[in-house]
Ligand binder design. Sequence first.
Ligand code: NAP
Length: 506
Amino acid sequence: MLPFAKVRIAIVGAGFSGLGMAIRLKQAGTEDFLVLDREPEVGGTWWVNTYPGCQCDIPSHLYSFSFAPNPNWSRTYSQQPEIQNYLRECSRRYQLEPKIAFGCEVTAAAWNDESGLWRLETSQGSLRADILIAGAGALALPALPAIEGRREFAGSSFHSARWNHDVDLTGKRVGVIGTGASAIQLVPKLQRKVAALYLFQRTAPWVLPRTDRSITEPERRLYRSVPLAQKLVRAAVYANFESRAVAMTVDTRLLRGYQALARWHMHRQVRDPRLRTKLQPSYLIGCKRILVSNDYYPALARPNVDVVTERIEKMTPRGIITSDGRERGLDALVFATGFEVDSWPTLHFIQGRDGVTLADRWRERGAQAFLGTAVSRFPNFFILLGPGTGLGHNSVVYMIESQIGYVLDCLGMMDARRISTVEVRPEAEAAYDAELQSRLGNTVWASGCASWYLHASGRNPALWPTFTFRYRRQMRRFDPRPYKLRASSPRDASLVPDRGGLDVVV
Ligand code: NAP
């Protein structure tokens, strides 16, 4: 049973987005909220993804909340258990646990115009809320490829994001399909324990060296005693990653330097010219997520690894047959094949006006949201890490924090002016999206590769097209002008800010 029947704010997801929102609400003195998460623990993607080698490709000093720094990170790039632990620690430090319903699956969330409330149906009962905040990320539903005979495979098979720890892969013949950010982390770990590893590569990725190292105890002591020192390191890491945006979004010719570095990295680690040819990417670096690893190429160069570049034809009970007619016998198969980004669960259960779901709204052209946060015809609804806020060059936690600040400012305005409903105008949403898409057209992500960033229509519903500090700037204050506002009562209508140009309903 849920602890409340009605809250002011319902937050879906207890990952970085949902926890960050909850912490900042608490810091702002708001207690009337509930976080709902289907998992038994906080962490979101960092709870669910437990594949061997799972870690973050953004350094920990930056991939963490600015308002909850952790001076005790053990490495510059953290492994999944340490990130998960950090989020659990945040939840404890801010006493969030009583505010989170764990194991609580949201099955429906519908806006009711008459009551001006969201009604949520969950596996633990119903909940009404004035405000709904979606903090459930888009990389949630594993994508399993439509390979003929996939279900006939007799060995064990699972997706990277649903790692089956009961299956011991030691000494086995294991196939891995995919060479994205997840595969590059798990392949070196598997290589060490399996008898044979067949890596089925459709597209060779660009891989840069990783500057991972242990953080020494004296460094940690310094961060504990002089928090400013950690802030400075965080700022330096941020500036370093942010500088990538110049090449990715302003002048893509500068990417040649990154390509040269990646080629040098590969040549240094792979001696066999035939393997090098297989591993040579054929698209502009950055068009897909840039991968970083020091142990991926060395693993591929080991004698028990075969990089298979022939197209997968079909699966049999014994293994995989490729386009050259060869069958590789497998005991187990790992799908490191990414996520269904057009169909993540949240899209299907959130219904705005007239029962239309986000999935219905976004089916034709992919997702869009004003400032990546508000959706027309979905009143009092905010989406964290929503459309157009993903990053190909920096830490998404920075984007999440920008959004959280914006939502808080909006909530403060609603309280102060006694506004019951905010709803972005469709024309503001459309104009914002047009501007975003036009900017994205000049970036590396539009340079011609196939990536999960792109919708079938050709739009890029995923990424922010420029420097992240620009996003932070536009999110600094909640400007009510692009919104329709509804006053709590006719008496309160006079409190609605600057009625000139505003569509105020009383
Ligand atoms: P992904 O980047 O979408 O990679 C999926 C891989 O599977 C690609 O190599 C793809 O090939 C391949 N693939 C898909 N269908 C296939 C098929 N039918 N036959 C052969 N190959 C197929 O997925 P991911 O590696 O799970 O990463 C997804 C996102 O999660 C990342 O971009 C990133 O945002 C996030 N992530 C982040 C980290 C981190 O360190 N922060 C770590 C892991 C994941 P093609 O390239 O040819 O499509």
